[in-house]
Design a protein around this ligand. Structure first.
Ligand code: SF4
Ligand code: SF4
Length: 277
């Protein structure tokens, strides 16, 4: 993170759930650079929202949080269910403790609903060329919802341009697809090495990455992970032509010797529970 800050990355996306406030703070202290930080919480009521905001302010050592969002909203109904927390964040914005409030989502319906809500400043939708992780549509439907939100004046920063790592083999097209959407103001990309930072910086600045940077990033060891929220539906196992996945003792297991990191199983997963990193 410190390296990224020094190279000009000025916007960091996190969440109460991710437990990364301390790392962002440490990188900021190390570099003397204060990036924009966007965070989010699953809180649905005043008490939970207050605790989440205070945790962020204290652990990041900041009086003001740049962006605070409702995390992973799934429908208009979920937005309604989190209304109390949203109202708390809006109140804190008026008091100067938050600069902007928003919602993060994997659902087209939520982007459409949030576009109509005057009180929402920022929308953080999942968006990628294959529609991986979009729960209720594909890239076309999400692009239309994003356009509607853009016309409504929302700040939009998308997530998962590489579908959680599964589009890495189609890196160029995938990144350029998202960057080509003029309604998206910023893109959150997961990175774990200096080579990946350099590669993304080049592409985001409209340049070709140096061949040695591409080689380094490509050589990085990757592996497939099944997250704890896997619903054990078995769709990924059926999809894998390499027979790299199996169900053992109620858990999906990956055979690293057989997995070729094609990412096809990721696109099948209804829970977005498969990641390559
Ligand atoms: S990434 Fe490809 S090879 Fe690996 S488990 Fe998924 S479908 Fe199978
Ligand atoms: S497709 Fe996703 S939810 Fe279903 S078993 Fe595989 S990892 Fe779990």
């Amino acid at each position: 993170m410190a390296y990224a800050m020094e190279r000009g990355v000025v916007f960091f996306d996190t969440a109460q759930l991710y437990k990364t406030y301390e790392y962002i703070r440490a990188a900021s202290e190390k570099t003397g650079i204060v990036p924009v930080v966007s965070t989010k919480s699953y809180a649905y009521d005043t008490a939970g929202a207050k605790a989440a905001l205070e945790e962020a302010r204290k652990t990041l050592d900041r009086d003001v949080i740049d962006i605070f969002m409702l995390h992973e909203q799934e429908s208009r109904l979920t937005l309604e269910g989190h209304r109390e927390a949203l109202l708390y964040y809006i109140k804190q914005k008026q008091l100067g403790k938050i600069r902007a409030v928003g919602v993060s989502t994997h659902n087209v319906e939520v982007v459409e609903a949030a576009a109509e809500m005057d009180e929402v400043d920022i929308i953080h939708p999942i968006f990628n060329i294959s529609g991986i992780g979009i729960n209720d549509g594909g890239p076309k439907e999400m692009a239309a919802a994003i356009e509607k939100a853009g016309k409504a004046g929302k700040g939009i920063f998308s997530m998962k341009p590489l579908g959680g790592g599964s589009l890495i083999s189609n890196y160029d097209d995938s990144i350029r697809y998202v960057l080509g959407n003029s309604n998206i103001h910023s893109v959150a990309v997961g990175m774990k090495s200096r080579a990946e930072i350099e590669m993304n910086l080049a592409v985001f600045n409209g340049k070709e990455p140096a061949p040695e940077v591409i080689e380094k990033a490509a050589l990085q060891n990757r592996s497939l992970h099944i997250e704890f929220w896997c619903e054990k539906c078995g769709k990924c196992i059926k999809r894998c032509k390499q027979n790299a996945l199996s169900m053992e003792n109620g858990k999906v297991k990956v055979d690293g010797a057989k997995c070729v990191m094609c990412g096809y199983c990721c696109a099948e997963c209804p829970a977005f529970a498969i990641k390559i990193y």
